[in-house]
Design a binder for this molecule. Structure first.
Ligand code: SAM
Length: 300
């Protein structure tokens, strides 16, 4: 029988997944990779959660906004729709993702003014204090040193400028029907992300991370997803098309690292899928923080 012992991996350090290492303190691996399937997942995620995650985020016309780690532009579309007059610069280290982002914005928000730049967060081609606002979503969780990353972002913010950061936290996932194997599969993803230098439980740490990077007035609020049959769009858009694919995508790595046996893994995923149909229900909390660069200071 296949064994599945998530609390005691058979190999001490799972092998990081796909990815090109970035310079500086970027994590050595990027767990989600850059596949077509991942691009679709990012789009589904952003669209399903747009009202929840973008609520309250509007930038004044003429303000200069940096989106760092824009990926395939899934959030960029919502940023430009909500702040049509802002001057947005969208950055990612992946040229392929940037090309997809450019195409997505051209299709979904034609006429939107976005400047696209390929760069690494730890080596930004911008002047000190160049931006009024910075927006970062689902990126810190992939950095081995998120405080250093936040310090870099503070460096390109003008004194008094704002940073908005959104991150998830897999520890907030609970569901019906409950399943030990489904929980163990989620735990595998968390372990593999940690082995790749990231942290799938980062959401709960936003406040100390922002304080540690020298931001002031940080305010963190939970953005909770509750998906049951009364919210069918979240059952499909979030549980089925966003969360479960994230976990499913690490099957090969989890098996190779000895974190799971194939039969138990497949059953865990099957049981996770039951939370997205019928009387199933799924809970997950994202964390959104807004903080400011103290007036009269710079970070670099
Ligand atoms: C999970 S995706 C999120 C994309 C987008 N923010 C969204 O919410 O759909 C993380 C993105 O961050 C980018 N990224 C990770 N580390 C980076 C770094 N050090 N510099 C620039 N981009 C980075 C990756 O290339 C990837 O596109």
């Amino acid at each position: 029988m296949d064994t599945f012992t998530p609390s005691t991996p058979k190999t001490a350090t799972p092998t990081p997944t796909t990815a090109t290492p970035g310079p500086g303190s970027a994590a050595p691996g990027y767990i989600h990779g850059y596949s077509e399937r991942e691009a679709v997942r990012l789009g589904d995620q952003a669209d399903a959660l747009a009202d929840l995650l973008h609520s309250g985020t509007r930038y004044p016309a003429g303000s200069r906004v940096l989106e760092i780690g824009c990926g395939v532009g899934a959030q960029t579309v919502h940023l430009v729709r909500r702040s049509p007059g802002a001057r947005l610069v969208a950055v990612d280290r992946s040229a392929e993702s940037l090309a997809a982002a450019r195409a997505r914005v051209a299709e979904c928000a034609p006429g939107a003014l976005v400047e696209w730049r390929q760069a690494d967060l730890f080596d930004l081609p911008f002047a000190e204090g160049e931006f009024d606002h910075v927006f970062v979503c689902f990126v810190l969780e992939h950095l081995s040193d998120p405080v250093a990353g936040l310090e870099r972002l503070r460096g390109v913010l003008r004194p008094g400028g704002s940073l908005t950061v959104i991150e998830g936290d897999h520890g907030s996932a609970f569901f019906h029907p409950d399943s030990a194997l489904a929980r163990a599969a989620i735990d595998c993803q968390t372990r593999l992300q940690r082995a790749a230098g990231g942290d799938a439980l980062l959401g709960r740490r936003l406040l100390p991370l922002l304080d540690g990077a020298g931001f002031e007035g940080a305010n963190v609020r939970p953005c909770t997803v509750w998906a049951d049959r009364t919210r069918p769009e979240l059952m499909t858009g979030f549980t089925r098309d966003t969360f479960i694919p994230v976990i499913e995508s690490v099957r090969a790595e989890a098996l190779a690292a000895g974190l799971a046996g194939p039969a138990d893994w497949d059953r865990g995923i099957e049981e996770l899928r039951r939370t997205a149909v019928g009387e199933g229900a799924f809970h997950y909390t994202f964390f959104k923080a807004v903080a400011h660069n103290p007036a009269g200071t710079t970070a670099r």
